[in-house]
Design a protein around this ligand. Structure first.
Ligand code: PRX
Length: 631
């Protein structure tokens, strides 16, 4: 499974293209299967239908836990670093984690969860989050983790879409110097969620919470009622493992579905190879488990490989902006995997808090979630890696399950801002607007994939047609990523950003349509249009053009802006709040009523010199007004 030289990479890559089934079958042998598969792959991108390791039976937790017990039962599986550095952390060995997962799996069963049921998890970054995820997988329940920054409304939408039976949450969460009331947010959500029968609440902040008789139970009391004996449920390779909601260019977030066999093989294979993980190394991925990065590279990938994975509850700037370096120093971290937005925000504080920590344990640095600019890349390389740690700029998506395009640490020659080359099994293709392949090097186009890899999404929950429409209909026969991409003279790939109406704000994926819908729910708002603009720290900022009725209820503009932000926070969550709101009297529309976003994007970017052809607009004068009032 392990690539050790560039030659080996090339050989593996060639084999993965010439004989993908044989290639992945060999890799999949490295896992524990209850029953071997009978056919490695069956697929078409028209329905679409993708099945890997057909007929194979397994349980991913046997691969992440049971099989490590004999050899590394006493090795740390999870190291938990609390928000407050003065609070004692927790280290869970593989044996302890196994014990706790089995116990909590029994708690889920005790509360009525059976194989196939959906469980919503809304927890802070505590060990119990990983435990709850794995406990679901243990009994074949489908987890749907919702990031702690989402609002009650967003939780309710996700719970209802998946018809979750149980919610696992905490009283509250600590994030920096804030205390966030999770249970009360869940209570608000559950007013509109008839499918939920039980809520399991763990204590973290011990803030007062209402506990509804018959519905709400305490985690701590429940685990006392059960044993640690919980045989793993036998799962089909194509049984659902989890749903993770993500934003698209239209409508509500979609529930991306990943299945047991292919996801496991792909998360582990990419973890091992991209980071060149060696047994005993400490891996620190700073993402939240509420996003795909946390699923694949805090929980499943590292644990399937028997690694030690750090879960960090807090934020990079608390109690000061040296927190990441403090953690690296304290636990002698070998692999650090973070997002460009974090690097850019820490860069701004200078080197004092970097230089007073020993970072010599670091071997590999990773970047994920958004394009990394050259300046941030060099800062990371010079000051964190001290020019001796390869940087892997890993490009992938919620839908891909694992990394698709990335250097292999220390093996692929890196180039700042380039995700470089596709991993074995990954067959990228660039196409033009009409879906025609753009061949050769030194070209750019829309990034698609022409062949499935084991970690590809299988469907969007409850709406397969939406999956087909979103990913497989734009360019028939291809999986469309939604990203623009450049392939340089060396055949290296550089992701240039989304070509659809999806924003990437601080590495968080947000649909412009979602934000518009939220703004439009505010009283007095007639219409809005949201676009992204370049932001020094966040990568992209959110710029909203808003039309209001009259004088918006007699309030001044500043107050109305704040009210709109409150509405967006309430509807989606604070992560979707616009950075800029400009009130306008009209939007540039074509005669057929389509908003010309190209113009709005240019104005938001501050580039008004050449707005292109505006003659097809219904009311060209509106553009001058918007230009004049641009923020
Ligand atoms: O635009 C790409 C960007 O993030 C999008 C996927 O977001 P999400 O599903 O939330 O997953 C993020 C973590 C994997 C992509 O369509 N993106 C992700 N990684 C990179 C990136 N853009 C440039 N470079 C990357 N390394």
């Amino acid at each position: 499974m392990r690539i050790r030289t560039f030659d080996e990479y090339q050989t593996a890559y060639q084999k993965s293209v010439d004989d993908p089934e044989e290639f992945w079958a060999e890799i999949a042998q490295n896992f524990q299967w209850r029953k071997p598969w009978t056919k490695t792959l069956q697929w078409n991108f028209t329905e679409p239908s993708v099945k890997w390791f057909i007929g194979g039976k397994l349980n991913i937790t046997e691969n992440c836990l049971d099989r490590h017990l004999a050899e590394r039962g006493d090795q740390p599986a999870i190291i938990w670093e609390p928000n407050d550095p003065n609070e004692a952390g927790v280290t869970l060995t593989y044996r302890m984690l196994f014990d706790q997962v089995c116990r909590f799996a029994n708690v889920l069963k005790r509360n009525g969860v059976v194989k196939g049921d959906r469980v919503c998890i809304y927890l802070p970054m505590v060990p119990e989050l990983a435990i709850a995820v794995l406990a679901c997988a243990r009994i074949g329940a489908v987890h749907s983790v919702v990031f702690g920054g989402f609002s009650a409304q967003s939780i309710a939408d996700r719970i209802n879409d998946a018809q979750c039976k149980v919610v696992v949450t905490a009283d509250g969460a600590y994030r920096g110097n804030k205390e966030i009331p999770l249970k009360s947010t869940v209570d608000d959500a559950l007013i509109g969620c008839p499918s939920v029968q039980k809520v399991i609440v763990m204590t973290r902040t011990r803030t007062p919470v209402s506990m509804l008789k018959g519905r709400d139970v305490w985690w701590e009391q429940e685990v006392k009622q059960v044993t640690a004996d919980c045989p793993a449920e036998e799962m089909d390779a194509e049984d659902m493992l989890f749903i993770l909601y993500t934003s698209g260019s239209t409508g509500k977030p979609k529930g991306v579905v990943h299945t047991c066999g292919g996801y496991m093989v792909y998360a582990a294979y990419t973890f091992q190879n991209v980071f060149q993980y060696e047994p005993g190394q400490i891996h620190f991925c700073t993402a939240d488990i509420g996003w795909i990065t946390g699923h694949s590279y805090i929980v499943y990938g590292p644990l399937a490989c028997g690694a030690t994975s750090i879960i960090f509850e807090g934020v990079p700037t608390y109690p000061d902006y040296g927190r990441f370096w403090d953690i690296v120093d304290k636990y002698k971290v070998n692999i650090l995997y973070t997002a460009p937005t974090a690097i850019r925000s820490l860069m701004g504080f200078g080197l004092e808090k970097v230089d007073n920590h020993d970072l010599s344990s670091l071997d590999v640095l990773g970047s994920v979630g958004e394009p990394i600019n050259e300046e941030a890349w060099h800062w990371y390389d010079d000051h964190i890696g001290k020019n001796r740690c390869p940087i892997v700029d890993t490009w992938w998506q919620t839908e891909t399950g694992g990394i698709l395009i990335s250097p292999i640490a220390g093996i692929t020659k890196t180039k700042p801002t380039y995700a470089t080359l596709p991993l074995p099994g990954v067959q990228p293709i660039l196409v033009d607007e009409n879906g025609k392949e753009i061949e050769g090097n030194g070209v750019s186009g829309n990034l698609c994939m022409k062949f499935p890899w084991p970690g590809i999404l299988r469907t969007t929950y409850g709406d397969h047609e939406r999956c087909r429409q979103t990913y497989f209909a734009t360019y028939p026969g291809l999986y469309f990523t939604g990203d623009g991409c450049l392939r340089d003279e060396d055949g290296y790939y550089r992701i240039t950003g989304r070509v659809d109406d999806v924003l990437n704000v601080s590495g968080h994926r947000i649909g412009t349509a979602e934000v518009e819908n939220a703004i439009n729910m505010h009283t007095g708002v007639v219409e809005s249009a949201v676009v992204g603009y370049p932001h020094d720290i966040k990568g992209q900022g959110i710029y909203a053009y808003v039309i209001t009725e009259g004088d918006a209820g007699g309030h001044d503009a500043e107050l109305t802006k704040r009210d709109i932000l409150a509405t967006v926070s309430r509807v989606i969550g604070p992560i979707a709040k616009p950075d800029k709101i400009q009130f306008v009297s009209g939007l540039p529309k074509t005669r057929s009523g389509k908003i010309m976003r190209r113009i709005l994007r240019k104005i938001a970017e501050g580039d008004t010199s050449n707005l292109g052809d505006t003659t097809t607009l219904l009311d060209p004068a509106v553009v001058d007004e918007i230009k004049a009032g641009a923020l």
